[in-house]
Design a protein around this ligand. Structure first.
Ligand code: SAM
Length: 247
């Protein structure tokens, strides 16, 4: 997959080839990261990319010319995602649909944002990483690049599979523990040391559902429970009412 990042701050992406799953995705050839300096496309002597806002108001706006030319210079007319606090809020489902694209552009705004005509004419979708305002799209692009990298074929090993992770169309992930089994008196739940796969599965399902109920009850509105999950759900409710836990 090719991701072209249009930015005024290419240095924000300089370290990525050495970073975790993004580095691995690049090394394996699953990800081709193309960092494009928008300023290079400014057709004025001083390479100015912003101007005041018509109608007044504080702050500068990124001008249309460098953005039009930067976007249309890229071959194959990739889908253009503009990072914006006004966009659809990113989630795992969106990352999955993005990673299916062969070629995308992540357009990073700065200052007060970009001229509306760029959005109207060239942007396919606006994406936000949350209901707060950043000073530029770069941090949001980094989030997206990382989220996509680990979903690309061959990047995670089978042991590192993302299928059981939180937000994979089901409950949040179960709690994880590693050695030692007893850390300063803090013990790993006995069942995880038992080697009894069925019991471990039951324990994990209970924990996933309980975590989800306590942290993100809204997720239950999107999931239909099977018979076993219904039973576990009733048990968790019961246990919580009693103030304890049976699993
Ligand atoms: N004036 C704009 C508004 O109120 O909608 C905010 C501009 S913001 C200071 C500058 C740039 O940061 C935006 O053009 C966008 O690219 C990026 N940005 C800010 N918050 C973001 C968010 N929550 N998600 C994605 N990008 C964001």
């Amino acid at each position: 997959m090719k991701i072209s990042v249009l930015t005024l701050f290419p240095e924000a992406f300089a370290w990525l080839k050495d970073y975790s799953m993004i580095g691995r995705a690049i090394e394996k050839g699953a990800l081709d990261l193309d960092i494009v300096q928008i300023r290079d496309f400014a057709d004025n002597k001083h390479k100015k990319v912003d101007d005041y806002s018509f109608g007044g108001g504080p702050g500068m706006v990124m001008a249309p010319q460098p953005l039009f030319d930067a976007i249309t210079s890229l071959p194959d007319r990739p889908k253009v995602y503009y990072l914006s606090p006004q966009g659809r809020v990113l989630d795992q489902e969106k990352l999955f649909s993005m990673k299916e694209e062969k070629n995308i552009i992540l357009l990073n705004g700065h200052y007060e944002g970009i001229d509306q005509r760029v959005i109207d004419e060239l942007v396919d979708e606006e994406i936000s990483i949350g209901d707060y305002v950043l000073s530029g799209g770069e941090m949001a692009s980094l989030v997206i690049i990382d989220g996509i990298s680990r979903l690309l074929d061959g990047v995670l090993s089978s042991e590192e599979s993302y299928m059981d992770e939180s937000h994979m169309g089901g409950f949040l992930e179960f709690p994880q523990y590693t050695r030692p089994a007893d850390f300063r008196g803090l013990k790993v739940p006995e069942v995880l040391l038992s080697g009894h796969h069925e019991k471990i599965e039951d324990y994990r399902l209970y924990q996933r559902m309980k975590k989800t109920l306590l942290k993100r009850p809204d997720i239950f509105e999107k999931i239909s429970l099977n018979e076993k999950e219904e039973k576990v759900y009733r048990q968790i409710k019961n246990d919580l009412e009693k103030g304890g836990q049976s699993n």
